[in-house]
Design a protein around this ligand. Structure first.
Ligand code: NAP
Length: 254
């Protein structure tokens, strides 16, 4: 087992990649605090993993609530005595609009969830890691955080922010045994397409970004992201720090 005895917090664990990351972590022996708003989904994950080596507990939270985000780190320490791994995975899509069509409400919400919550949790986690002797942070960014035309301007900017936070944190804390990397998924089969801003999509933006989909060889599965997360969380990745790894089946290798 790659993560036996470790404690992890995984945000966005009620569906998609976050659910798979939490599932694989528990299978690999980690105790996991699974975070999302939909508690019934988290309870199902607890049920699905009950026979695994690692224990999963459900923590209902909206990651735009700073106190709740800080509380999830406290919860890990309270329940399992420590925190070793933080996975910032919760995120939403924008409406595919170019910068000229950005709506303020959408911009604020995407940044609250995709960026500010990541800052809140990293800020809290690194304090604990400094005291405990180290830790691992994995941020789920996107190939949209590496390139410019995968989604709308808001989502793209939010994921570039996550990439920047990842690299800066890796550099700043490299002497403190804290590793920080990002996974940048390509197109993965999840529920992200049903998000609130995807319901009223900007057609012009969607058409423009859709051009790139021709190069996508196939959609990936959450499990194909979770196995990369296990690697990055494990000691196998002890010398991997500050990397933003595209996991996209070769979509953006063109
Ligand atoms: N799917 C893709 O093709 C793709 C590609 C690149 C990057 N990504 C990134 O991958 C990450 C996971 O997305 P996914 O594709 O797995 O999507 P998903 O199936 O829609 O899952 C998103 C998760 O985020 C949680 N979440 C959303 N808003 C939240 C909030 N305010 N507070 C707490 N949790 C919240 C959701 O839980 P609740 O609704 O229960 O709160 C859910 O568990 C995101 O950061 C996304 O940007 C996805």
């Amino acid at each position: 087992m790659k993560l036996k005895g470790k404690t992890a917090v995984v945000t966005g664990a009620s569906s998609g990649m976050g659910r798979d990351i939490a599932y694989y972590f528990a299978k690999e022996g980690a105790n996991v605090v699974a975070v999302a708003r939909r508690i019934e989904r988290l309870n199902q994950l607890v049920e699905d993993t009950k026979d695994f080596e690692g224990k999963v507990i459900a923590y209902a939270a909206d990651v735009t609530d700073k106190e709740k985000v800080e509380g999830m780190i406290d919860e890990a320490i309270k329940q399992f005595g420590k925190l070793d791994i933080l996975v910032n995975n919760a995120g939403i899509m924008d409406d595919m609009s170019a910068v000229g069509d950005i709506k303020d409400e959408m911009f604020d919400k995407v940044f609250d969830i995709n960026v500010k919550s990541v800052v809140y949790s990293m800020r809290k986690a690194v304090k604990h890691f400094e005291e405990s002797g180290g830790g691992v942070i994995i941020n789920v960014a996107s190939v949209g955080g590496l390139y410019g035309g995968v989604a709308g301007a808001t989502y793209t900017a939010s994921k570039h922010a996550v990439v920047g936070l990842t690299k800066n944190t890796a550099f700043m804390y490299a002497l403190k045994n804290i590793r920080c990397n990002a996974i940048c998924p390509g197109g993965i089969e999840t529920e992200i397409g049903t998000g609130e801003f995807m319901k009223d999509i900007n057609q012009e933006g969607a058409q423009r970004t859709g051009i790139g989909m021709v190069l996508n060889p196939r959609f990936g599965k959450g499990s194909e992201i979770a196995t990369v997360a296990v690697f990055l969380a494990s000691d196998d990745a002890s010398y991997v720090n500050g990397q933003c790894i595209a996991v996209d089946g070769g979509w953006r290798a063109y």
